[in-house]
Design a protein around this ligand. Structure first.
Ligand code: GLN
Length: 489
């Protein structure tokens, strides 16, 4: 069925005229309506999507197809989209209409893609379950009583449920990889700076990175090539030429060396998930890779360091939402202080407020050295650990998340448990390394994700390893059984 095909397959079908972009887009729009209860989308751009699809069909007929011509893509609602609501999952921005396109959005549209809608997410990308969204939680299509992961939960669930060909996400501590794992799809967080952050609403600027969420590693390579590259509007953007990632995909794993770190297999890892990961590791061995045990001595401090650094940056970034410069404004303020206070109290949800308070505290004069400076020092040590490891191995593998998708509401009262969901992903953000998650099996009918972490700018290495694995296995082709599949026109 067309909605379960990869972008690569869909591009082929469009090329040979098996179906048109208009038919493909209509099919997704139909499914989005029927599966509304999953709550994957904050806005669905029905009219403009159908117009873009018709334009793409015409361009193709004239021999002017772009690299993604006619492919319906959804954007996480953290990316500004011109004249379209951009909420970051928050009441604060519930009526914000962006006056411009984020660089990522503009690049994908320039390749001919159809922007089908904006996906649901944790408020300001803070969360691991999509439950902090002002627009309500997203449901996991594999089991609707469970979370899809977060913060890019809407994007992950939309890809898994066949509600778009692929989606964009952002990852500050794991928000592309962890929901990708929970929804059984492929998610890539590139090297920090590989993709422009311009027009991407900021959470923690030194950690935030955009990336593709797709069915296959091949699709991720295609999307990354379009999204990456220098942007004069983002000074942290890496200027190097963008490799043609698709060309990397067929490099063999023969003779390569993969690192496994003991700390990835701690007590917190669910037993069945561990078994699934171990089986996946065997497949990499069959593909010709050598496995080597490596040490990352400081990785155990990742979560505490992250929960000092990320809130510190968030408290600074979120100061602009004061009801004057940006964001929700309270009714009938008595004076300026009242305006700030009530606009922020009403506009932000609890998790965001918690982070602002923690961040303001750790940055305060009396505590800066004890918390913020220390966390930055740990960050450097973690970075050094990885640099040491990459002298011995080509990339690392391990679990993406400590467990499969949990029940809605299960962890909303325990911040620590929620924060620990990113125990394996956060180090990649602190060090700024490229990392991805691919589906490698199931534990009690729920998808399990494997994480691959590469050296700086070595997206090609992990993408090709993932592609080799996907050529050998079919986990990435598994789709959830949804009632609608039976009544499909
Ligand atoms: N779950 C982490 C947090 O809540 C990571 C979020 C993210 O990557 N955006 O901060």
């Amino acid at each position: 069925m067309m909605h379960n095909e990869s972008i690569t397959e869909q591009l082929h079908a469009l090329k040979i005229g098996k179906y048109s972009s208009k038919e493909l887009t209509e099919n997704y729009l139909y499914r989005i309506k029927k599966l509304k209860d999953l709550n994957c989308y904050i806005s669905v751009l029905e009219e403009s999507a159908l117009r873009a699809a018709t334009d793409a069909d015409q361009a193709r007929a004239k021999g002017k197809a772009g690299l993604l011509s006619g492919i319906p893509i959804a954007h996480k609602d953290i990316f500004c989209t011109k004249n379209v609501s951009t909420t970051a999952g928050s009441k604060m921005l519930h009526n914000y209409i962006a006056p411009f396109d984020a660089t990522v959005v503009a690049k994908i549209a320039a390749a001919g893609a159809v922007t089908i809608g904006k996906t649901n997410m944790d408020e300001f990308a803070m969360g691991s379950s999509n439950e902090t969204s002002y627009f309500g939680p997203v449901k996991n299509p594999w089991d609707t009583s469970r979370v899809p992961g977060g913060s890019s939960g809407g994007s992950a669930a939309a890809v898994a449920a066949g509600l778009c060909s692929a989606a964009t996400g952002t990852d500050t501590g794991g928000s592309i990889r962890q929901p990708a794992a929970h929804c059984g799809i492929t998610g890539l967080k590139p090297t920090y700076g590989r993709i422009s952050r311009w027009g991407m609403i900021a959470f923690a600027s030194s950690l935030d990175q955009a990336g593709p969420m797709t069915r296959t590693a091949e699709d991720a390579a295609l999307m990354l090539a379009l999204m990456a590259g220098n942007d004069p509007k983002d000074s942290t953007c890496i200027g190097d030429d963008v490799p043609t990632y698709l060309e990397y995909l067929n490099s063999s794993l023969d003779g390569s060396c993969i690192g496994i770190c003991e700390d990835f297999f701690t007590d917190g890892l669910e037993a069945k998930s561990e078994q699934v990961i171990q089986e996946a590791i065997k497949i990499f061995e069959h593909l010709g890779a050598k496995i080597k045990s490596i040490k990352l001595p400081h990785i155990r401090y990742s979560v505490p360091a992250y929960y000092v650094i990320a809130p510190a940056e968030a408290s600074t970034n979120l100061s602009r939402y004061d009801g004057v410069r940006f964001g929700h404004r309270c009714k009938d303020p008595e004076n300026l202080n009242d305006l700030f206070k009530r606009s922020r109290s009403e506009g932000f949800g609890n998790e965001v407020k918690r982070r602002i308070m923690v961040g303001a505290f750790t940055l305060s004069a009396g505590y800066y050295d004890a918390y913020y400076r220390q966390a930055q020092q740990i960050r450097r040590l973690i970075k050094n650990d990885f640099q040491q490891a990459f002298k011995e191995v080509d990339f690392l593998i391990g679990p993406t998340a400590p467990q499969t998708a949990f029940q809605l509401g299960e962890k909303t009262d325990s911040q620590i448990e929620m924060y620990l969901q990113d125990i394996y992903t956060i180090a990649g953000n602190l060090a700024g390394l490229p990392a991805m998650s691919i589906p490698v099996g199931f534990s009690s009918k729920l998808p399990v994700g494997l994480q691959l972490i590469g050296n700086y700018l070595q997206e090609g290495t992990i993408l090709s390893a993932a592609h080799q694995y996907q050529k050998r296995t079919d986990w990435h082709k598994c789709v959830p059984v949804l009632a609608i599949n039976k009544v499909q026109p």
